[in-house]
Write a protein that binds this ligand. Sequence first.
Ligand SMILES: Nc1ncnc2c1ncn2[C@@H]1O[C@H](COP(=O)(O)OP(=O)(O)OP(=O)(O)O)[C@@H](O)[C@H]1O
Length: 612
Amino acid sequence: MPGTRPRPALLRTLATPRGAAVAAGLLLLALVTAFGPALLGDAADTRDLAARQQGASLAHPFGTDDLGRDLLARVLVATRLSVLLALGATAISVVGGAVVGIVAAVLPAALRRAVNALVDILLSFPWLLLALFFSVIWGTTATGAMLAVGFAGVPVFARLVSTLAASVAGTEYVHAARMLGSAPLRTARVHLLPNVLPPLLVNAAAHASVSLLSFAALSFLGLGVQAPAYDWGRLLNEGARRIYVDPMAAVGPGLAIVLTGVLLALLGEVLSEGGRRRGRAGGRPPRAGTGVAPAVADDAPVVDVRDLRVAFAAEDGSLVERVHGVDLRVAPREVVGLVGESGSGKSVTAMAVAGLLGPDARVRAERLVFRGIDMTRPPSPAERTRLGLEQTMIFQDPLSSLNPSLTVGRQLTEVTEVHARTLRAAARARALAALERVRVPEAARRLRQLPHELSGGMRQRVMIATGLMVTPRLIVADEPTTALDVTVQRQVLGALRGAQRETGAAILLISHDIALVSGFCDRVVVMRSGRVVEELDPRRWQDATHPYTRGLIACVPDMTTDRTRPLPVVEPEAPDDAAPALDPGATDRSGRTGPPARPGRPGRPTRKGVPA
Ligand SMILES: Nc1ncnc2c1ncn2[C@@H]1O[C@H](COP(=O)(O)OP(=O)(O)OP(=O)(O)O)[C@@H](O)[C@H]1O
């Protein structure tokens, strides 16, 4: 219903029949665990030699044991020890695995490989075998068995956490948070944990079921809980001796183990279902914040690039240059279009300007300056803050640019928290105004929603709204409308234009669509194979001199185009085999010096269908 807040995903999942059954089962299990020993302790321990080894009856549904004690009462009382030991073992596995996984993720590559290799070796052993091995080390006590089962599960979670941490750490939004100067602990808390925790919890619930079974197995073998204490494994052991005479003596504790195991496994599925309902994505959150006084004169170029060269390491370790000496200047408030076929180096050029190329990129330039900041070297903390406040990036896929686990409002207000320490209420009011200005309907409700709950066009407008949280000097829009239909494209471009007028920012609009760029930009820079081939005034296409530009323009149909004939095609360029590689003095974004230069082959084709 419009205007009402949607129920959290987990609540919606619990409202399903399976969710409700799991919730009821967990409640029952919790009640028996909490109150079983107090309510049934006497019945479970009262000996009645006259009634020893009885079969199932109304008075004793599971029968009695060797000393005439009621087996149903004993199974119920054993719930506490069985469940708590399984949960304890699971906690050891999860915490131990998380520590090993996170430490492995931050270790230098060689050590990380060593830890991962050890984890792989441990994972290749059958789990119960590992548990038996550890139980010999820790001794045949209940605590020893808990430690054994717990430690046997550590490699499982170590592998899971290191994989999750590595995948989240490589996302655009974590990269952006680092660029904003967010402290490592804050980045871990705000971006890593919320994305790593849900899959970790899902796996922990499912793993608790395995721990329960393993624990029962150890106790059954006499390696777990020792007399006079008892858990389900021990009761099963005692009952198994009489299984052909009184089957219920073994079936009773067996049922308790199986039902609880199924319940915990279903809990994992319900949590996982809740996670799926929330949707998933990766990406980069907005750069936002409050305006700061510009550190350079307002009429100085926003972007000043001369002879920019960017290379990446090929698989054989050689460096392959992808951008070969690009010159680019963007004046304040200027809207510059960067067009060219796929792989022509548009995005790499823009990412170099924004300082967002990863450590695998080797950047060299005579000049690579964003508003007085030299982008060829790592920024100082003050420069990092300015970059966070003065640049806004809008990518093609907003779903991958927004943190899937944070609400729209939280992401819009992020930088105000990091840099400006604005009060949360003030930041939210600003975020609401920003959403309204880019015409996001029901802005107040949208602030509370997660990115996947918005349409593609709306997400893109949220990205543009992030630019309105600050006073950006440059908005880099990398194919911002490619994934959208034509009507929504117009709305998004309108929002972008509005944001530009309001903030006075310059725009670098990247597109392979020369028709779109010509209607939007003051100037168009045409790129091919990592080089700028021509710069044009979009109102004077007829002045284009380069055959490639002329070819691109000829491919755009107009009202006079003969629809019976195929559109012209731009001929592909010969592969750039002779691409020069960087010299050893080239630096990557972290200031490291590059390896010796060696020429190599470009890895991607340089041509894609020219836009119609
Ligand atoms: N991290 C990387 N490692 C290796 N090569 C890369 C990397 N990033 C980009 N490249 C290469 O650099 C070249 C330019 O890529 P870029 O993404 O800038 O092209 P583009 O013009 O933006 O194309 P598209 O429109 O398809 O995005 C391509 O050959 C690409 O394969």
